[in-house]
Design a protein around this ligand. Structure first.
Ligand code: ADP
Length: 277
């Protein structure tokens, strides 16, 4: 659905991506993780056709993304971290914007707005940042677009809204839909991801399903670090060491995504190779 090949991207003379290859496929919620400035927002803008890479390609539903083909735009929704909303009511916005999305579901929109405690008569420009974000999430989910790109979606949301958001997102995934969530607030939404993509220093370091990771790696905490060879990665934590080792048992355990991110962005080759094969 989203296919990026050998992409090099520069801002002026500074190279940000030095040959990126990544696919985002339907039926999944991706956690797209990278440090601040790694290029998550830039990649989203390239996928939407708002920015164009000089080298390599980005195809969405088979269209070159930079052509911003109507067939592509009608089926994707991007919620950026910073955005502008016009001075109109939610109802007026729906009337103006919904027709661009062929599968917009007004009934679902109403339901989601209710769940997020928003009323259609509210003026968009008078909403707080968090409420604007709630509105965009409701609208984005109601479009029924096949691609949903969310840039730091939980920023600015209060605790109940974060919970409601997690629930909503998990309930809207289906075989046709690709949801990509860029975030560095991993802990808040980690349990909704089925796949992880890590970006660092201009490269995609990892693109793996949670299932693959938990079949191959075990995460645990030990009081002392004795046989270093047994572990692929370790970090000192209060009361001992967090470690990652090979999963030889075949049973799937829980993944500590933040810890895995540290291991992979420390360029722990053995882990990367193990997950790729
Ligand atoms: P992320 O979303 O992962 O935090 P961004 O894609 O926003 O990263 O930014 C990646 C890098 O590109 C950062 O170093 C940022 O300063 C730089 N950058 C972003 N937008 C521009 C721009 N319009 N002009 C020049 N540099 C930019």
């Amino acid at each position: 659905m989203i296919k990026i090949r050998d992409m090099v991207f520069n801002y002026n003379k500074t190279e940000l991506f030095s040959g990126i290859n990544v696919d985002f496929t339907p039926g999944k919620i991706y956690g797209f993780l990278g440090k601040n400035g790694a290029g998550k927002t830039t990649l989203f803008k390239i996928i939407c056709g708002l920015l164009r890479a000089k080298v390599g390609s980005c195809h969405v539903f088979g269209y070159t993304s930079s052509t911003r083909h109507p067939g592509m735009l009608a089926n994707m929704f991007f919620i950026p971290e910073s955005f502008y909303l016009p001075p109109v009511s939610i109802a007026a916005y729906e009337k103006l914007q919904a027709p661009f999305y062929e599968r917009f579901d007004s009934v679902a929109f109403e339901q989601i707005l209710n769940e997020l405690e928003l009323n259609k008569s509210r003026m968009l420009n008078n909403l707080s940042y968090g409420l604007k974000k709630r509105f965009l999430l409701a609208f984005g989910l109601a479009t029924n677009c096949r691609i949903l790109l969310l840039d730091e979606p939980t920023n600015g949301l209060d605790i109940p809204s974060k919970r409601a958001f997690r629930k909503l997102l998990a309930s809207t995934v289906n075989d046709e839909r690709t949801i990509v969530v860029a975030t560095h607030q991993i802990k808040e939404i980690e349990n909704i991801f089925d796949s992880l993509v890590f970006i660092d220093q201009g490269k995609i370091l990892l693109n793996s399903s949670i299932e693959n990771i938990s079949k191959k790696l075990v995460f645990h905490t030990i009081p002392f670090l004795e046989n270093l060879d047994e572990y692929l990665y370790s970090e000192e934590v209060p009361g001992g060491y967090s470690v990652i080792s090979k999963n030889d048992s075949g049973s799937e355990g829980t993944i500590d995504i933040e810890f895995l991110f540290n291991a992979v962005t420390d360029y722990t080759e053995e882990i990367i190779t193990l997950l790729e094969n």
